[in-house]
Design a protein around this ligand. Structure first.
Ligand code: 5RP
Length: 224
């Protein structure tokens, strides 16, 4: 019998809580990501809500789920340090570089992750890739820059498409860009970050995960 993707996600969510519990004190702030795997992590974290002080969430979706569990959610501006950030990914390579933003929360995810002492990425094995790029790269842009950024993406060799009917929590559209396949995405992430009108791109390569917990048919694998 093999585990379904949902079961693998449940297993890695539980493993993530086991992984972070020794790091937590009653004063700890936990950064919480967004997506179906992060949702399951929130549900597991709720079983231990007496072991930390509060969370910072990377989306309205996660804020609501945390609040439903009675977990305190702070504004990032009221937080000075964060012991850990836990989130899923759309792709992760052996360097622990990721593509994120399938759920559209990439900008807040990158901001919250930047404050945390470590980024624990939680994925099922379908997300593990040798090279990033089969998943289209999400880029959040200011509305007036949709066309100008799209043209720059085409000039860089990509195929750009606006995500239909979608606006981020920050009120901006997303462009999904296909056609990039990269062993090391750091240079391209820097180039895209420099394009006027780009709010955030979904490469998490300049600041990769600290550790990845990967749920496989053979159990949880820890990549560092
Ligand atoms: C949201 C994200 C998610 O982490 C990513 O899309 C993975 O989601 P899921 O756990 O549902 O597969 O980056 O912006």
């Amino acid at each position: 019998m093999s585990f379904s993707q949902q079961q693998l996600k449940e297993q890695v969510a539980k493993a993530a809580v086991d992984y972070i519990l020794p790091l937590l004190t009653p004063e700890s702030i936990v950064g919480v990501g967004t997506g179906s795997t992060a949702d399951l992590f929130i549900d597991e974290l709720a079983k231990h809500k007496d072991k930390f002080k509060a969370t910072v969430a990377s989306s309205e979706r996660s804020t609501q789920r945390l609040a439903q569990h009675g977990i305190s959610v702070l504004n990032l501006n009221d937080v000075q340090s964060m012991v850990v950030y836990v989130d899923g990914a759309d792709e992760i390579n052996p360097l622990l570089q990721m593509i994120k933003g399938g759920g559209g929360a990439l900008t807040r995810e990158k901001i919250v992750a930047s404050v945390a002492e470590q980024f624990v990425c939680i994925v099922d094995e379908s997300k593990l890739v040798d090279q990033l790029g089969a998943f289209t790269l999400p880029i959040e842009v200011l509305p007036m820059a949709l066309q100008s950024v799209s043209r720059k993406m085409v000039a860089l060799g990509g195929v750009a498409k606006q995500r239909e009917g979608f606006i981020t929590d920050n009120g901006n559209p997303i462009i999904d860009v296909g056609g990039f396949s990269l062993a090391d995405a750091r240079e391209l992430e820097g180039k895209i970050n420099d394009i006027p009108g780009v709010v955030c791109c979904g490469f998490f390569a300049l600041s990769p995960a600290t550790v990845a917990l990967v749920s496989t048919q053979e159990g949880i694998k820890i990549l560092t």
